[in-house]
Design a protein around this ligand. Structure first.
Ligand code: NIG
Ligand code: FE
Length: 416
């Protein structure tokens, strides 16, 4: 829909021309394509998006700056909707163990895995967490990420969970990226609650989660619902509390076994269910009914040497939106490249390059509940976009280890 000229803001900060646009909006063309497009930015928003030949002359006249890009493609800023990138220590030793055949479940049962990161994260200062998190986040930003979700879940006590969330919020204040902090207190059972998992859930629901919510440190609440973590009943209790506190929920579900976690989360209007290798037809139907996003995490699938694929065809058939993310974490997905996930979503999960790109833009935004603000190049949305030095959008997924990111604009400002 075109806006009448009277409605255009007096101040146009910049106009970008000379590139093709993969808007990822539903305009009936692959990638929401606009050939030889133009974008006009005012403040932090896009105020005009369309073919350059239709750009109203008034907009050009009012523009403070015109950037003629000469070639390349522009996509929406990338969205990494599932990460655990704030943590202490590293788990390279477990990589060696897994190569020798020790399973992820056995490593966790012997006090390693998530619990070894819990130890290191408890010991780390908030400054340490910000410093190491910043390095990882910078790798993502260099590839055009403008929005990232960051979970807690390696503290599992009041002080460390809040420390992690504060570190996540600080990263968003000091780098040009929108950070969505998620509370994941129910990630693993801390050693001090051994054999008392219900008591731990009581603690999470009565103390940690309310405090995180009171301090405004979490936008959403996640739970690891799994045989090696928390049961559906325990997950339900955390979700009930989250909803009571006015927070949205999401779930790590059906990663290693089917617990009907996705269907449980659907009862609470969850944003997404993530992993999903063991998702059943019933779970898919529940997700479709409640409009949830399926977040696919090919990095964890790859690093754990999984062979059972998420039911992609059935998710498609039920029109469940598919997002793709790094799951950046020290154990199962030590991944700091969303472009690599774009490739793996295609090669391992058989997404098309267009679906995979939608998964790290439009559907990633939907998985964070931000679809009205970001995720596509459309008038009225935030001016988050990336200029790529490529000839066609599929190149982003096809190539490995090369970063064709040329310029990044976030909320109207050139940031990379
Ligand atoms: O998403 N599945 C649970 N949580 C993380 C793994 C965290 C870890 O191993 O440190 C995941 O894969
Ligand atoms: Fe995860």
């Amino acid at each position: 829909m075109k806006t009448e000229s009277a409605d255009w803001p007096e101040e146009i900060d910049s106009v970008w021309t000379g590139a093709n646009l993969a808007t990822m909006a539903a305009n009936g063309r692959p990638y929401g394509l606009i050939e030889d497009g133009a974008l006009a930015v005012s403040g932090r928003n896009l105020v005009w998006v369309g073919p350059a030949r239709e750009l109203p002359p008034e907009i050009l006249q009012r523009a403070d700056r015109v950037e003629d890009l000469d070639s390349g493609w522009i996509t929406p800023g990338l969205v990494d909707c599932h990460t655990h990138l704030v943590y202490g220590g590293n788990r390279a030793k477990e990589f060696e163990q897994r190569l020798k055949g020790v399973s992820y479940t056995d490593i966790l049962a012997s006090g390693g895995g998530i619990l070894s990161t819990v130890k290191a994260t408890r010991r780390a200062s908030e400054e340490d967490l910000v410093r190491t998190g910043r390095q990882r986040l910078k790798s993502l930003l260099a590839e055009g990420v403008t929005t990232v979700e960051i979970k807690s879940g390696y503290g599992l006590d009041l002080e460390t969970e809040l420390k992690m969330l504060r570190a996540a919020v600080r990263l968003g204040q000091s780098l040009p990226v929108t950070v969505c902090p998620t509370f994941l207190g129910a990630h693993a059972l801390p050693p001090e609650y051994k054999d008392r998992s219900d008591a731990y859930i009581d603690f999470v629901c009565s103390q940690v989660l309310p405090e995180a919510a009171r301090k405004g440190l979490a936008r959403a609440v996640d739970v690891f619902c799994e045989s090696i973590a928390f049961s559906p009943e325990q997950s339900r209790r955390v979700f009930q509390k989250a909803i009571e506190l006015g927070l949205r929920v999401k779930i790590h579900a059906e990663q290693l076994s089917n617990q009907e976690g996705a269907a449980l989360a659907a009862e609470f209007g969850a944003l997404s269910a993530d992993h999903l290798e063991h998702l059943t037809e019933q779970g898919i139907e529940a997700m479709a009914r409640s409009g949830m996003v399926a977040v696919l995490l090919p990095g964890a699938f790859y690093c754990l040497g999984e062979t059972r694929l998420p039911p992609i065809d059935k998710l498609r058939a039920h029109k469940v939106p598919l997002a793709v993310s790094t799951d950046s974490n020290p154990g199962t997905s030590p991944v700091q490249s969303l472009l690599l996930m774009l490739n793996m979503a295609c090669t391992l999960f058989r997404l098309t390059p267009e679906e995979a790109l939608a998964g790290i833009t439009r559907e990633g935004a939907r998985a964070l509940g931000l679809q009205e603000r970001i995720g596509t190049l459309e008038q009225g949305k935030e001016a988050d976009f990336v200029l790529w030095d490529i000839h066609e959008p599929a190149e982003l997924a096809a190539s490995l280890g090369h970063n064709p990111c040329h310029k990044v604009v976030r909320r109207g400002c050139l940031v990379g």
